[in-house]
Design a protein around this ligand. Structure first.
Ligand code: NAD
Length: 381
């Protein structure tokens, strides 16, 4: 770490994303040693003292706080990483921005569109480096799709199609709320599959295919009441269990999106397909190191879908990993985003995309989707 500028990380939340981000930071000095800025795991905040201290020890954080506010107050923290449930993002991010700290925030930006705008205003006013962890952009095959589209190979785009299918909430006895089931509680999550799953699809879609103009959506809540973990009472379920929407993109193409937690047999089937005038691309999270590509300009007797194994050193991010032909995993997309964030600091305190501004645009699409489903009408974004 000699001659390096250090970024002292204060991590909030020690759940799935807390572990994922801690893992990402630990890889930066070894896999991206050339970066001028390097992270130091300075402190973690968790309400549970025993579990928080254990987490700090396991992942190598230097210290622990039992209240996230203490991290914001500390002078020895440079960046706040928000891995807490959605309803906490705004309060934490606004406080962090006011204290001049960089912010890496989990998606969606917030559980509430107005609070999302306040978050954007706060980081803009403070001028702090920021990013939102829409990590799928940094899967090498997805980045390659972006490069292919930007090179113009697809020609005019006609269709964008995406799905995010899961099956983990079919059981009506599953409670809502509390530590394990906050995603089912509308007060904590803000929405169901729209903010949780479609937000990812929308971020990728707008990155690959440009802005979305208007949307028409349907949502459904299949299980209408669930016991709330914290009150013990059976309460109405306020989240969307499934959502389907179609839309117009600004470039004239049509979009079709579906997300559900009721697709038996699917755990995290995130797929997208883009059809252009000359060529098409498709991708599937279950086979994340492959990108499928069809080019109509190929000689007709050879024409067909190519399955590109995105593991060669010339393909995005892959010069950093092991040897050509060997696969990497889900966690690597977070390592890549962390590396891009630190790289962004070299270029003038910028952080990296997607920024709060980008994530706010995604938030606006999600908001329009939910409004459209509620009003049964088309909504401008
Ligand atoms: N980028 C992705 O692909 C991705 C994947 C999963 C989750 N997420 C997002 O990450 C965030 C966290 O999700 P998760 O899956 O890690 O959830 P989780 O339930 O696994 O972890 C949340 C953690 O936050 C902690 N927490 C709750 N209130 C707190 C408080 N007041 N102070 C400190 N800690 C507190 C909980 O104890 C828990 O450790 C959510 O916003 C979620 O949408 C993003």
């Amino acid at each position: 770490m000699n001659n390096k500028k250090i970024v002292r990380i204060g991590l909030i939340g020690r759940g799935l994303m807390g572990r994922m981000h801690a893992n990402a930071y630990t890889h930066i000095p070894t896999i991206f040693p050339d970066l001028e800025y390097q992270p130091v795991l300075q402190a973690v905040a968790s309400r549970n003292e025993e579990k928080g201290r254990e987490f700090a020890e396991t992942w190598g954080f230097k210290s622990f706080e039992n209240d996230w506010r203490k991290l914001i107050e500390r002078d020895d923290i440079d960046a706040i990483d928000i891995c807490a449930p959605n309803n906490l993002h705004a309060e934490i991010a606004i406080a962090a921005a006011k204290s001049g700290k960089m912010i890496l925030c989990e998606k969606p930006l917030s559980h509430d569109i107005n609070q999302a705008k306040e978050m954007l205003d706060a980081v803009t006013e403070a001028g702090v480096a920021n990013t939102v962890w829409y990590n799928y952009r940094r899967m090498p095959a997805v980045t390659l799709a972006k490069n292919i589209i930007d090179s113009g190979k697809l020609g005019k785009i006609f269709h964008y199609r995406a799905n995010f299918l899961q099956d983990w909430t079919i059981n009506p006895d599953l409670p809502q709320g509390g530590e394990a089931a906050w995603r089912l509680d509308v007060d904590a999550a803000g929405s169901g599959v729209t903010g949780d799953l479609l937000a990812h699809c929308i971020d990728t879609a707008m990155w690959l295919n440009g802005a979305i103009e208007d949307v028409s959506a349907v949502t459904e809540t299949f299980v209408k009441e669930r016991m709330h973990q914290e009150t013990g009472k059976v309460q109405p379920v306020g989240i969307d269990d499934a959502c389907i929407f179609h839309c117009h993109f600004e470039n004239g193409s049509l979009g079709l999106f579906e997300a559900t937690r009721y697709a038996r047999g699917h755990k995290a089937l995130y797929t997208f397909e883009i059809n252009g005038e000359h060529a098409s691309i498709r991708w599937d999270l279950h086979d994340m190191n492959r990108l499928e590509y069809f080019d109509h300009r190929d000689e007709s007797h050879l024409r067909g879908w190519r399955s590109i194994h995105v593991t060669d050193g010339e393909q995005p991010y892959m010069d950093r990993w092991w040897i050509p032909g060997t696969s990497i995993g889900y966690e690597h997309s977070f390592i890549h985003q962390a590396a891009d964030f630190f790289k962004g600091l070299e270029e003038g305190n910028k952080g990296c995309a997607p920024s709060f501004e980008d994530a706010y645009k995604t938030e606006r699409v999600c908001h329009a989707v939910l409004k459209s489903a509620k009003n049964r009408s088309w909504q401008q974004v």
